[in-house]
Design a protein around this ligand. Sequence first.
Ligand code: PLP
Length: 509
Amino acid sequence: MSEILKTRRPEGSSLELSEAALGELASQVSQLVTDYFSDVSSLPVFPETSAGNTLAHIGTSLPSESVPLEELLNDCRAIIENSRHNGHPCFFGYVASPSTPPGAFADLIASALNSNVTSWRSGPAATEIERTVVRWLGSLIGYDDNTAGLLTSGGSMANMTAMLIAHRTKSDPGVAAKGLWDSGRPMTIYASDQIHMSIPKAADILGLGRAQVRLVKSDDSLRMNVAHLRECISRDLANGLKPFCVIASAGTVNTGAVDPLDEIAAVAKEFALWFHIDGAYGALATLDETKRPLFKGLERADSISLDPHKWLYVPIDSGCLLFRDEARARAAFSFDEADYIKVHEQNADEAFAFWNYGPELSRRFRALKIWLTLRYYGARRIAQAISEDNALAAYLGERVEQAEDFEILACPQLSICCFRYLPPSLQSNGAASIEATDESSETELNELNSKIMHAVQRGGRAYLSSATIRGKFALRACITNFRTTRADIDETLEIIRDAAQQVGTQGGT
Ligand SMILES: *Cc1c(COP(=O)(O)O)cnc(C)c1O
């Protein structure tokens, strides 16, 4: 083979682009993203689509040959058209914030670089940035200025990771090697009946069993009832079980309730339990000065989950687990038998490996989008955006309470407001407060509001999800959306009224 040919791969076996092709791809894709950010407020929140529509449009055949760029971009536009837009100012479903442009472009950089952030060795800069970002997050929420931890795909993985650390810390030596059944006594976890489903799921995955998550009653504002927590723990102790972990919510997914963290911390201390806080949705609300008092005691947690992809407006996936005691996490996850993970560095920072602190080995460079978002805007502006989200939820709550035809079901504690449409015909006769009491009208109200929610979602002008609050079907608006204004809130209430009319029950049943 000639020397010239040796410097090239055989025709077609390289995936390299020519300079012209790369330039074309970069400018076209960048234009598509820029157009999306400019247009998102005027797109339908939910597309006029049905299952199978997207594929009917773009086809499903596996391409064996190259598809022209123009066709690919058109197909991407079809995908955008058939998507639900979290970035629309009237999107209030779930906990799904829009991403900021800096966060989105950061993901492009991270993908181009394609660092595999397993360890410092594998991604030196990325590892340093991730450890810095984790420290920033701990500091931002008032946990600890020297927090350790790691980024995860989301809150679910962060919770599961924390639960394994808790379990290993509190169980008898040798449990990991022998299997959970050998721990002698069944081990129990405590969380309120408002806890996110990721907690019982994680208990299941970890082999503890869903039933080992004891659901503690919540009080009228849907915060954990600490007296009942004590009762549950005492009962299990009396029955020979081994309580090992209490999980508090710092912002429940249903209503945004923040459990009494300080009181729960005291119980955890008294019974020597691991204290984990699920702050996937709400922990970042500590950036709102007016909400900070709700989080008193957060600094006493052994570990905290939070989701930058929820309330730091960073693109998915971006969750985070914070903990103070790195050694505990390492004891749970380190595994130094395999040659492929042997680290030969002397310097501790250079020997650092994320695989010693969580279940993942290959990990994308998630920290870059958080780092770029925080630096592009500065923490103060992010805090302002979060504060305004909370203020808008309070505004929605006020509007609902003032209206004759709406009823509040859970007052906003952070940025979630739960309420329902209550037509005059279903209001109990002569009652001073609007409250439907009898069972049949409750069933009717649940059905009506469920229909309203679907009509609103399908209508494409606004998007709400639902929550069940003490058996009542609630329309649930979660505002983690930096595009929303008071006018959007007003309009959403009108959209709900329109939907009520459309489902044909307003004023008579
Ligand atoms: C969203 C959420 C989770 C799960 O987080 P993911 O990022 O979706 O995995 C856990 N707990 C609470 C309170 C949440 O709001």
